[in-house]
Write a protein that binds this ligand. Structure first.
Ligand code: F6R
Length: 601
């Protein structure tokens, strides 16, 4: 979603800010803008669409100044337009904002007059300008403004006549302060600040900060001065380049053998699972898992593992539903939240609902400095490295790997498996990076099949058992980057309605490894073929040998013990979606309407 950069530097700020905004592109945006203070004078430039449009504008209408704020906007209130793009300005105040100000209509009514934009953010600038008009100093005016705001925000203010001042606030949306040598920075994440500094202070919920070149002063939610830690957060430049691939998504798909090894190195020790932090799953009687999108699909797979291996009941909920359902959480229930970014607003809200109720708050996150990680009692990192493509790939397989390790740990703690079985499972886990590498060899076939699939208007994905959530992952990936309508069904559920959709124009992707459910899935596949559905069967050598007669096409994956199959079958789900999107010429890394980190509800 939206991205923020702020600079009090000793070089021209505009090019540095455009560069920082480029690093934030992965979050998803539809307009961008910057403001600077030069000779005490505040000015701004804004453009709709990709950052190249802003860069072009700056060539024709440059902006000088060593201090500035910049923003990439993902439209919420008001469509993508120059008038709605940030920074918003009222008189002496310019402001950039991530989040949503929920009481902006009330504030608009109170302030009256004409409005330049349809945004909630313009009210923030107008309110602050009013307080300046009343004679308040800058800090007081900004703080009085923030006092009036309801909703979620990360804010950064820049003022006319003040080239050494940024005022920031955080409530519900993350914000980091970067410490340079005689320079200071503000960023919505560490990636924005990567090449500028690796010394970061993360603002806590409710914090306000006054930033000058001399440093930062922070007040906490109660108005007390607080000394927040400066942490070293190295951003691996290598991992945020495309490394020769056409898209970040392709690079991230191909990184999976390595990223899986990275996470397994963290969770395995010899023949045992030894996670980086401990939790006693024998002392809980139920797990409530909550997440959104692909992370939610990882939870749905994990349910099979926790229930199958550890005999521990699991409920899986979509965070946006769970947070308002107010479902009961017993004191013996463990709440577990999965999130790549660790900032997804609905997941965070669900976590806050569970915090006073559940036995413990566990999180499985990629970004360990994130809000979800910081508000959890136990954090399980997934070590996938920076994921730039909007469609989650390597974070998904690493979420699965971490969750499978936790399920094995739970099984051991609950006496459901002995040391020999644990050692066998650990050996299987250690083989996964090599198997995923082999699985990637299907890429050329996926590319060829994609040409045909790209002509479809609808595609159905089928699977049974843990392949059912994988079918969901295949359909989600395809929808989000190729814009083709896709649906996932549990194979056995098809005849209860959706089979009516099947005809010769419908491609049906069937995930069916040779597992105890194979014959059942194949029977459902036959029902599809009997109605002329075009089946693409994804299986292993034994499965294809047994069931490929009459199918439209096949994809062959390595044979693997069924418990590991979901991690391997993620590869065709990703590669099919990727190549269909490439065949259709869509914007693979930044698909329309989507944002990488969804910080509004
Ligand atoms: C799909 C995708 C999204 C995210 C979802 C949750 O490819 O990336 O569905 O999985 O927005 O995001 P996180 O994991 O950051 O909470």
């Amino acid at each position: 979603m939206c991205g923020i950069i702020g600079i009090l530097g000793d070089h021209q700020a505009a090019p540095i800010m455009v560069d920082a905004l480029k690093r934030l592109e992965y979050r998803g945006y539809d307009s961008a803008g910057i403001a600077t203070v030069e000779d005490g004078r505040l000015d701004r430039r804004r453009a709709v669409g990709k950052l190249v449009n802003l860069a072009d504008l700056l060539v024709h209408e440059p902006l000088a100044g060593l201090a500035g704020i910049g923003h990439t906007r993902w439209a919420t209130h008001g469509g993508p337009s120059v008038a709605n793009a940030h920074p918003h300005r009222a008189g002496r105040v310019a402001v950039v904002h991530n989040g949503i100000i929920e009481n902006f209509r009330e504030l608009r009514d109170e302030l009256g007059g004409d409005w330049e934009s349809q945004t909630d953010t313009e009210t923030v600038a107008r309110l602050c300008e009013r307080y300046l008009d009343e004679g308040m100093p800058h800090r007081d005016a900004a703080f009085a403004t923030i006092d009036r705001l309801e909703g979620a925000y990360a804010l950064c203010f820049l003022f006319d006549g003040e080239p050494d001042l940024l005022i920031c606030a955080r409530a519900g949306s993350p914000l980091a302060i970067g410490h340079g040598d005689g320079e200071m920075f503000v960023g919505s994440d560490a990636i924005a600040l990567g090449p500028l500094t690796d010394r970061l202070t993360y603002l806590e919920e409710g914090d306000r900060a006054v930033v000058t070149r001399a440093g930062v002063e922070i007040w906490d939610i109660h108005g007390n001065r607080s000394n927040r830690e400066i942490r070293r957060v190295p951003v691996d430049r290598q991992r945020i380049e495309k490394a020769g691939h056409r898209h970040y998504m392709a690079k991230e798909i191909h990184e999976q053998p390595q990223t899986l090894k990275d996470v397994l190195d963290l969770y395995l020790d010899g023949d045992r699972v030894v996670p980086p932090d401990g939790y006693d799953f024998a002392a809980t009687d139920r797990i409530q898992m909550v997440a959104c999108g692909t992370a939610n699909i990882a939870c749905s797979v994990a349910k099979y593992w926790f229930e199958g291996l550890a005999r521990l009941p699991v409920e899986v909920d979509i965070a946006s539903e769970y947070r308002y359902r107010e479902g009961p959480i017993g004191a013996d229930t463990t709440a577990l939240f999965v999130s790549q970014s660790g900032e997804t607003a609905d997941t965070l809200a669900a976590l806050r609902y569970a915090t006073p109720r559940a036995r413990a708050i566990l999180s499985v996150v990629n970004v360990t400095e994130s809000s979800i990680a910081r508000e959890s009692s136990v954090v399980f990192p997934i070590r996938a490295g920076v994921e730039v493509g909007v469609a989650s790939t390597k974070a998904f397989t690493n979420q699965l790997a971490a969750l499978l390790c936790l399920a094995i740990l739970a099984a051991r703690q609950r006496g459901e498996i002995d040391a020999a079985r644990e050692a066998e499972l650990v050996t299987g886990l250690r083989r996964l990076p090599a198997l995923v590498s082999q699985a990637l060899a299907i890429e050329a076939r996926c590319e060829a099949l994609a040409v045909k699939l790209a002509e479809a208007t609808d595609i159905l994905f089928l699977g049974r058992g843990p392949m059912f959530p994988l079918a969901h992952e295949g359909a989600l990936k395809l929808k989000e980057i190729s814009y083709i309508h896709a649906e996932a069904y549990a194979s056995g559920e098809l005849k209860h309605g959706p089979i009516a959709l099947v005809d010769r124009t419908l491609p049906v992707v069937v995930f069916a490894p040779m597992d105890p459910l194979f014959d059942k899935t194949v029977s459902n596949m036959q029902e599809v073929m009997a109605r002329e559905g075009q089946v693409l069967l994804v299986s292993d050598a034994a499965g294809l040998e047994a069931a490929s007669d009459g199918v439209w096409e096949t994809l062959m994956l390595p044979e693997v013990e069924p418990v590991f199959a979901p991690i391997l079958y993620a590869v065709p789900a990703q590669l099919l979606a990727y190549h269909v999107a490439v065949a259709k010429g869509t914007d693979v890394d930044q698909p329309r309407n989507l944002a990488k980190s969804v910080t509004v509800e």
